[in-house]
Ligand binder design. Structure first.
Ligand SMILES: Cc1ncc(COP(=O)(O)O)c(C=O)c1O
Length: 333
């Protein structure tokens, strides 16, 4: 193994092992470590045709003190359960999930980027129905695989704002699957994201699918803004993923003395914000420099704004064990 930590991006790479569980005859198996990424299943598997496939994403960080901290895995365990419930899949118990994350990390310790490289290890659980079936119904058999991938710092050479484009398309239906992390939501966001990329924007921003008047979220992250009177505002909507990063940032913002508002955000408000950002596990915070909406362009600072910077430093400080974790978010390995 010869990983060049400084060159790591956010791409799949095999590690020593992944842990797998099978649900069959109404119960989950014990976890087993595999050192292959292949799986054998029927081509009639439910997940391939009818889309019973959900996943999660979280990170663990090596601190200056040498300890490895997993960031809020209990939240990911619960979100996975809610995704499964929504798609009528078997659910995986929270405690067993956390044990499994620890087991796979312990077997892959040497794949966790060292402190100081800005990297982390990304943990990707994926669960899918494997019952062979042609009629549409819920699968009886499932696989849960938890893999880990070393990830570099998202921003090499400093945080730079990205441009976003408001999509004419929706990623989820008004009372559909927007609140869960199912594979289909991401398939649906690929085409609108391509349109945004073709227009020179790194990300697509989705409006609420019912009225197209309110901000929902980006394709892979939540939306937040800082108002000119120092409020942290983020959308309330029945079609966005409850981001664990956003939830944490709301708490940090309140700790820093900002008023936090979670409420519908009309698209016209984009003209008034002091700072706009995207937040999520992979990016932490990405400042947004411009938002294109039809023939309108909303502009924000060309460097990360002071409030976004403070939020970024605080959350990453907690993740690397440099700032006191007073809300008990991190779980030491
Ligand atoms: C659609 C979407 N919204 C928001 C997020 C951010 O969620 P989290 O902060 O839990 O990573 C993600 C990434 O997981 C996402 O895919």
């Amino acid at each position: 193994m010869n990983i060049k930590w400084e060159e790591l991006g956010f791409e799949f790479m095999p590690t020593r092992s992944n842990i797998r569980f099978t649900y069959e005859n109404g119960k989950w198996s014990e976890g087993k470590l595999f050192n292959t990424y292949d799986i054998t299943m029927s081509v009639a598997s439910n997940c391939l045709h009818y889309g019973q496939a959900v996943f999660e994403g979280m990170k663990a960080f090596k601190g200056k003190d040498g300890k490895v901290r997993i960031f809020r895995p209990d939240e990911n365990a619960r979100r996975l359960i809610s995704s499964c419930e929504h798609l009528l899949m078997a659910t995986f118990p929270e405690e067993k999930f956390i044990e499994a994350v620890k087991t796979v990390l312990l077997d892959n310790l040497d794949y966790i980027p060292p402190y100081g490289t800005g990297g982390s290890i990304y943990i990707r659980p994926v669960m899918f129905g494997t019952t062979p079936q042609i009629g549409i119904s819920s699968s009886l058999k499932y696989e849960l695989v938890i893999m880990v991938v070393p990830a570099g710092p998202y921003y090499k050479g400093g945080i730079k704002p990205v441009n976003a484009m408001i999509s004419d398309y929706d990623r989820a239906a008004p009372l559909g699957t927007g609140t869960i992390k199912c594979a289909g939501n991401y398939a649906a966001s690929l085409y609108p994201t391509k349109i945004a990329k073709n227009a020179g924007c790194a990300v697509g921003l989705f409006l609420d699918p019912k009225t197209h008047e309110y901000i929902d979220e980006f394709g892979t992250s939540n939306f937040f803004a800082i108002t000119k009177d120092n409020k942290y505002v983020t959308p309330e909507s029945p079609s966005i993923l409850p981001s664990i990063t956003n939830k944490s940032l709301m708490t940090i913002a309140a700790d820093l003395g900002l008023t936090v508002e979670r409420r519908p955000i009309h698209v016209s408000e984009l003209a008034d914000f002091a700072e706009v950002g995207a937040c999520g596990t992979a990016v932490v915070i990405t400042p947004v420099g411009k938002i294109f909406y039809g023939d309108k362009v909303f502009e924000y600072p060309s460097e990360i704004g002071p409030v976004s910077k403070k939020l970024y430093e605080t959350i990453t400080g907690i993740q690397y064990g440099e700032i006191e974790d007073k809300h008990n978010w991190t779980l030491e390995l």
